[in-house]
Write a protein that binds this ligand. Structure first.
Ligand code: PCA
Length: 321
């Protein structure tokens, strides 16, 4: 009798906690080897553990639940509660998302952090228009040039097919005298081996994750910009949580952002070294290439200022102070 009462009570407890536990799905675009996904997993684990299992977040990496181009819409329409996106991909939605891919503006981590802080209010504002709350960002290492020959100046790239991963990088490819070709991260290796692209600008991490040494020979450390992924949550879903759980999410997000920025910096060095060890020719940019690229950067900042108006001007003015 006693036993069955105990058992009944225990069962009741299990049922009631299960009923309370919310289950959230978090799609991410990049696979498990990429640091943004590693950060997302730690974030999800922290929320699950610290909310006493009231909220369980499951990360679905590498576009396995929702493909990258659909993640923003899926969170907006509450198909999923939260998700991660490469900021620059949303460039056609609002200029603030383009800022994340403007070359030769913020090329080291200190300036990238400064630019992020200055642009965060506008970034949050634009996300809020879609009912989204920014949780955290994760930077990639600076973007460098992958090619199959030594590039001393832009003339060496003329007419080549250059991978683009955002509206801003398409424009950059144009200004570099190359032809932009949209290729998602997961198709990079195949795009090189089938000559769909001849060159790309991305981080050493993406080269490492795609084993670029198998099909690209040269890596020039142009340090063009430091783009970020961002994680956002649907506000209506967030508002339904009790305030303790909301606080757990915000704390885990702050921890994730800290971890993400540390990893971005660490991988810049570590992954460039791996490319060298694997036999790629790692070169510093010639002064000609540097000045040609800086001139393109100036043009692109100018175009961005025209497009972004007073909001953009205020960000850039403060950034240059
Ligand atoms: N890697 C991602 C985005 C920026 C980066 O370094 C990519 O190439 O898709």
């Amino acid at each position: 009798m006693k036993y069955s009462m105990f058992f009944g009570a225990a069962l009741g407890l299990v049922i009631s906690t299960t009923a309370l536990a919310a289950k959230w799905d978090m799609p991410t675009p990049y696979g498990d080897g990429n640091h943004p996904t590693q950060v997302a997993k730690q974030f999800a684990e922290e929320v699950t553990a610290k909310s006493n299992n009231k909220l369980k977040i499951t990360v679905h990496s590498g576009g396995s639940l929702i493909k990258h181009p659909e993640i923003h819409r899926a969170v907006k329409s509450r198909q999923v509660q939260l998700g991660e996106v490469f900021i620059g991909r949303l460039g056609n939605n609002d200029p603030i998302f383009k800022l994340d891919n403007i070359p030769f503006l913020a090329t080291d981590f200190d300036s990238a952090e400064k630019l992020y802080k200055l642009s965060k209010p506008e970034l949050s504002k634009q996300l809020a228009k879609d009912g989204l709350i920014l949780l955290y960002t994760v930077p990639w290492p600076a973007q460098d040039l992958y090619s199959n020959k030594t590039v001393n100046s832009l003339a060496d790239l003329k007419g080549l097919k250059m991978r683009a991963y955002s509206p801003t990088t398409s424009r950059l490819a144009d200004l570099m005298g190359t032809t932009p070709v949209n290729v998602p991260f997961s198709d990079v290796a195949q795009a090189f081996t089938t000559s769909v692209i001849d060159a790309m600008i991305t981080s050493p991490s993406t080269g490492v994750n795609n084993q670029s040494w198998d099909y690209i020979s040269h890596f020039t450390t142009v340090s063009a910009w430091i783009p970020k992924n961002m994680v956002f949550v649907n506000k209506r879903m967030f508002d339904r949580l009790d305030s303790d759980t909301q606080q757990v999410i915000m704390t885990a997000a702050a921890n994730a952002e800290k971890k993400g920025w540390e990893l971005g910096k660490k991988n810049s060095v570590a992954h460039t070294n791996i490319l060298k060890e694997k036999g790629m020719t790692v070169l510093s940019p010639s002064s000609t290439l540097q000045s040609e690229l800086r001139a393109i950067g100036k043009t692109m900042v100018g175009e961005w200022l025209t497009e972004s108006g007073d909001v953009g001007k205020s960000i850039i003015d403060q950034f240059n102070q």
